[in-house]
Write a protein that binds this ligand. Structure first.
Ligand SMILES: Cc1ncc(COP(=O)(O)O)c(C=O)c1O
Length: 455
């Protein structure tokens, strides 16, 4: 199974055949699933791993003194090892299973935050953070009388370097940011940012929700202190995710959730804690989910991240071209190398929900709205965007379907192509302040009013 030869329909066909969902539906109108940044589809290898486990090895872990519980515990421990190897962790005990990235980040905001943040401290983060990596820190800051220090973005959606340095000059206790923006698709240079942050004395938290599924993850090279991600965006099931922490950092953390399986000795007045990672996994965990996530890691590793990356870039380049030809305005970095599998766009002045609804009728699945990034949307003057996101099973044909369906949206709303596109003008990304076109058949997006005066 390899994606390296993208002209080979055979290898791509083999891969798609692993995903039962693509065998469903109308062959005349096959599913164009372009919403993997929300949740990816699952291959049968992941589904079967969970069904097998659930059918033959399932019991509660750790406490049972019988064969099935031993088998279940072994499967759970083995899943932890697979995930640890997948992200380059030196010790499998650095992998804490959670219910997802949101849970991992909330865990940190409570456990790390309550211990380390005092009144007047600063927490630095870019304006583009997903609410999951914003609201927990905002609430921590409110509880503690601390301050959020915002890092600005360039119009292309990359981190504004001067703003980052300014934020770090205030010596924040914490810098937290997403590896890949779920709106712009920007891949942030994690190691470089982490090094600067450490020099400024900050602990570094990385939201890997959109990065881990697409980019080779080696926590040693990334150089961060904590990493959070979810299984359901990387071919795994929902309800399982990871908090990875450098062991020296984890050892400093108090537990966040208390109860069974996380204790060592419980007395009437006091308790002591189990070793890491159990200390941070109170109660019965999502054992089947961990097995599924482990199978997803194995599946992605078999493809290989070099091939996953080139597949993403091939699709991205094609999608940008097709969408711009269709008259859409694509957001995010122009440099392909700074992008991962997320592509937000605007189409004329139409509301993203109108666009996504019409595309949905054609079985073209995209996401519309603020993408859990309201402060960012406010900053760039938009209520939302339409977002297509790609993964290993997508093909150019899916993008053709997107472009064709988008043309139908234009027809439904009686939008003719903007004359300015005929003269090769491409509306600037993020040009929310651009003057509207005065042509009768305007794209409504660009500054061709100004251009028209000169031609
Ligand atoms: C960048 C980013 N961070 C965090 C999350 C939250 O992930 P989950 O809902 O799996 O906890 C998402 C989900 O879309 C995301 O895109």
């Amino acid at each position: 199974m390899s994606l390296s030869d993208m002209s080979s329909e055979m290898s791509l066909g083999d891969l798609r055949a692993d995903f039962p969902v693509f065998a469903d539906g109308d062959p005349e109108r096959p599913l164009a699933y372009l919403d993997s940044a929300a949740s990816s589809q699952m291959p049968r290898q992941v589904i079967e791993a969970m069904v097998n486990f659930q059918s033959h090895s399932y019991a509660n872990i750790h406490r049972g003194l019988y064969r099935l519980s031993g088998a279940s515990t072994a499967a759970y421990d083995s899943a932890r090892q697979t995930v640890a190897s997948f992200i380059g962790a030196s010790d499998r005990n650095e992998v804490i299973f959670t219910s997802g990235a949101t849970a991992s980040l909330n865990f940190l905001a409570y456990s790390w935050g309550e211990k380390n943040i005092q009144a007047g401290d600063e927490i630095a983060l870019p304006l583009s953070e997903h609410h999951a990596n914003l609201v927990p820190w905002q609430q921590l800051a409110l509880r503690k009388g601390a301050k959020l220090r915002w890092i600005e973005l360039t119009p292309e959606g990359t981190i504004d370097w001067a703003s980052l340095q300014e934020a770090l000059s205030h010596r924040p206790k914490l810098l937290t940011f997403a590896w890949v923006s779920n709106v712009f698709g920007t891949v942030h240079p994690v190691a470089k940012i982490a090094k600067l942050a450490h020099e400024a004395g900050a602990t570094v938290v990385l939201d890997g929700s959109q990065g881990v599924p697409h980019l080779e993850c080696d926590v040693q090279r990334l150089g961060v202190d904590f990493l959070a991600f979810s299984g359901h965006k990387m071919l795994g099931p929902t309800g399982i995710g990871v908090l990875w922490g450098r062991m020296s950092c984890l050892e400093e953390l108090p537990p966040f959730l208390y109860g069974g399986d996380m204790i060592s000795i419980v007395k009437r007045e006091r308790s002591s804690w189990a070793e890491i990672p159990n200390r941070f996994e109170a109660g019965t965990p999502n054992i089947t989910g961990a097995v599924g996530l482990s199978a997803a890691c194995a599946y992605l590793s078999r493809i290989g991240f070099a091939d996953i990356r080139s597949h993403d870039l091939m699709l991205m380049e094609y999608a940008i071209r097709r969408l711009e030809e269709a008259g859409a305005t694509v957001l995010g970095p122009k440099d392909l190398q700074q992008r991962s599998g997320v592509l937000s766009f605007r189409y004329k002045k139409l509301h993203p929900h109108d666009i996504a609804t019409i595309l949905g009728r054609d079985e073209v699945c995209v996401r519309a709205g603020h993408h859990c990034c309201q402060p960012l949307m406010r900053e760039i003057g938009m209520t939302g965007t339409t977002r297509a996101s790609f993964y290993v099973y997508n093909t150019r044909a899916d993008i053709d379907r997107l472009a064709e369906s988008l043309a139908k949206v234009g027809d439904i709303f009686h939008i003719a192509p903007c004359p300015c596109t005929k003269i090769g003008h491409k509306p600037a990304p993020l040009a929310s302040d651009a003057a509207p076109c005065t042509q009768e058949e305007s794209c409504g997006e660009c500054s061709c009013k100004l251009l028209n005066q000169s031609h």
